[in-house]
Design a protein around this ligand. Structure first.
Ligand SMILES: Nc1ncnc2c1ncn2[C@@H]1O[C@H](COP(=O)(O)OP(=O)(O)OP(=O)(O)O)[C@@H](O)[C@H]1O
Ligand SMILES: [Mg+2]
Length: 146
């Protein structure tokens, strides 16, 4: 049996963490790593370190042959997702994208209603940057959630 890496893709407020909590799984979450490293889930100044830590934890789980590992972050572009495809190839695991295809207006509304608010301008910039995941970038499966 092969291990699977599940990579979330979606804007802040698209419901990634809520969905994963509903599955009852513990993802490797960029916000949780920010909290662990910098005592602040919103610190955006340690981006490279956060994602290096996420990849380190993922490789440790694959080495332990954990069946499924969920990577919870926005992962908006093929460039941000490519490292997981490389890791999957190196470990012979499957890699799936979980695409939260939620309109910007809904993300903006949910964002303002929650405790950790992303600046609306930042959310709009991210929406312009978002490139939906595809099989052609190396995912075995793309699952769309709307
Ligand atoms: N399916 C849904 N229907 C209605 N509200 C939802 C749904 N999913 C999530 N929400 C609400 O939207 C807000 C944002 O959800 P969540 O924190 O899961 O988003 P996220 O994609 O993980 O965002 P981020 O990238 O900032 O971590 C929360 O307040 C949550 O309760
Ligand atoms: Mg989240």
């Amino acid at each position: 049996m092969s291990e699977t890496i599940v990579v979330t893709v979606g804007l802040p407020g698209s419901g990634k963490s809520t969905y994963l909590a509903g599955l009852g799984v513990t993802p490797i979450s960029s916000d949780a790593i920010r909290q662990l490293l910098a005592d602040d889930a919103t610190d955006q100044s340690i981006h490279a370190r956060v994602f290096a830590t996420m990849r380190y934890l993922l490789r440790q789980r694959l080495a332990l042959r954990r069946l499924t590992t969920y990577m919870d972050a926005t992962h908006l572009t093929p460039g941000e997702r490519a490292p997981y495809i490389q890791i999957a190839r190196a470990y012979g695991s499957r890699v799936e994208a979980l695409f939260f295809d939620v309109p910007l207006g809904i993300c903006l509304a949910r964002n303002t209603a929650r405790s950790r608010v992303v600046p609306p301008e930042a959310l709009m910039e991210m929406s312009a940057k978002l490139q939906p995941p595809t099989e052609s970038e190396g995912f075995d499966t793309v699952i769309r959630i709307d």
